[in-house]
Design a protein around this ligand. Sequence first.
Ligand SMILES: Cc1cc2nc3c(=O)[nH]c(=O)nc-3n(C[C@H](O)[C@H](O)[C@H](O)COP(=O)(O)OP(=O)(O)OC[C@H]3O[C@@H](n4cnc5c(N)ncnc54)[C@H](O)[C@@H]3O)c2cc1C
Length: 488
Amino acid sequence: MSKHGSGLSCFSRRNFLASAGSVPFAAMAGCTTVGNTVSHSEIVIPHQKVKVLAEADVVVCGGGTAGISAAYCAARHGAKVILLERWPSLGGMATNALVNIWHTSDREKQVIFGFVQEAVDRGSRFVHRMADFPKRPETHEFDSTGMRVVFDMMLKDAGVRVFCNLTAVESVVTDGCVQALLVDTKTGRKAIRGKIFIDATGDGDIAANAGVRFDFGRAADGRVQGMTMMFRLQGLDAARVKAHAGEAARVFGLMKKLRDEGKFPQFLEMAARSYLSSPRDSGVSYNMCPVAGNPLDEEELTRLSALGREQVYQYVDLWRKEMPGFENTDVNQMGFGLGIRESRRIHGLKTLDGQMVVKAVKQPDTIGHGFWMIDIHDPKGTGHTTWSDQKAEMMPPKGDSYHIPLGMCLNNQIPNLAVVGRCASSTHEAHASVRLQSHCMVMGQGVGTCAAMALSEGVSMAKVNIRDLQSKLRKDGVYLENVLQEGI
Ligand SMILES: Cc1cc2nc3c(=O)[nH]c(=O)nc-3n(C[C@H](O)[C@H](O)[C@H](O)COP(=O)(O)OP(=O)(O)OC[C@H]3O[C@@H](n4cnc5c(N)ncnc54)[C@H](O)[C@@H]3O)c2cc1C
């Protein structure tokens, strides 16, 4: 994007000439220059002619749960849709980072249906409903590998044209609208043209590059929530773990002692205690390995990912040695990438805040419901999470839910650009609730449907009649109750 790598190993022209006579560095390396200027800190490329690879009515960038839902729903309502994804497979955190639990309940009843329910039904071979449904927010667990196939099939059936293995690197903005995205592919830079663009990158890459304002991190120090390397185990002897259940407390105590002495990595305590005491098979993703830093800094992210992988083996090696039943356990799978919770939060027409979440505030422009608590993983990487504290003031009341407004996905700078998923407009606190995959899919469905309506009516997304949108969403199975009638 606008940011170029800082550690260029090229010589500036002046320095090179001073040290190696008059032969330009590039010429020496057998390269030809076409008016580019190269210095220590930047390379200026004055002209770029970029081939158009494809075009569509709606271009969705980012193939996580938010982007999949947006692409599917826009296509179902008649739009010609392209979905772009930098990784080889779709699903984002849900598949590639092994985050495999969906939440649909306000602890009394299911309040998220629509696209989420379609994915659950379509993926029934890979998704199972939890036994205590709907008494906890967590309602469905799925096999991340199988869900990749389900997402592929759903998008194929909806007629979405999917491109994986390319990264969007620049938003081309003229006359106040995004005209195209520049994408980097194995065969060079290309363009994807469209009429409406939906940023589902999680990091808000498209919106930020197009110049839409954003926030990053908490107010106090600008840090974002901690990240996690998810993993799964195999070879666990469940019966033996159960027979030696008393040992779990000793091993947990040892982990804490070693950590406090600086001889063992940080870990999410509540999760580790539970994994040691109740045996979990290879289908369960272990969510206990924290790291913290800036997910938009490529070198830092590389270092943190390596650290996460190392920490996972430190836990497993200790358990193999100390915990009966874990002797033959080993890592079965790790996230393809770190689980990233938070980065840019793009400024919208509306910003969801913590009070709206915990007071279950209703909105006139709602596109669905949310109910998860304010669940903040310590931005300093200790592994502490407000989820472990279970404080009532961090949660919407049981049996109630807040509204996810369309306004948090639209902005007042670029009318043909929307944002869905964890980069939509919220405070650090509200983000810690609304970032759930099921909430991201609610946004995707609302915005994807809105985009298709905007195109067929020849208006911007903000001008689509909200009542018409809500009635279309209801027809598509979305749960929408207590909608405020005024104040849109
Ligand atoms: C460890 C962890 C545990 C969690 N636990 C749960 C849980 O139990 N249940 C739950 O519902 N949620 C959970 N969450 C939150 C949830 O997983 C995420 O907030 C959610 O997946 C975000 O979805 P998304 O589609 O907005 O973004 P992502 O899933 O991050 O998807 C974004 C996609 O965009 C692609 N992309 C990014 N930039 C570009 C680009 N420039 N060009 C092309 N493609 C790009 C990425 O590769 C990715 O596939 C957890 C998160 C973490 C990290």
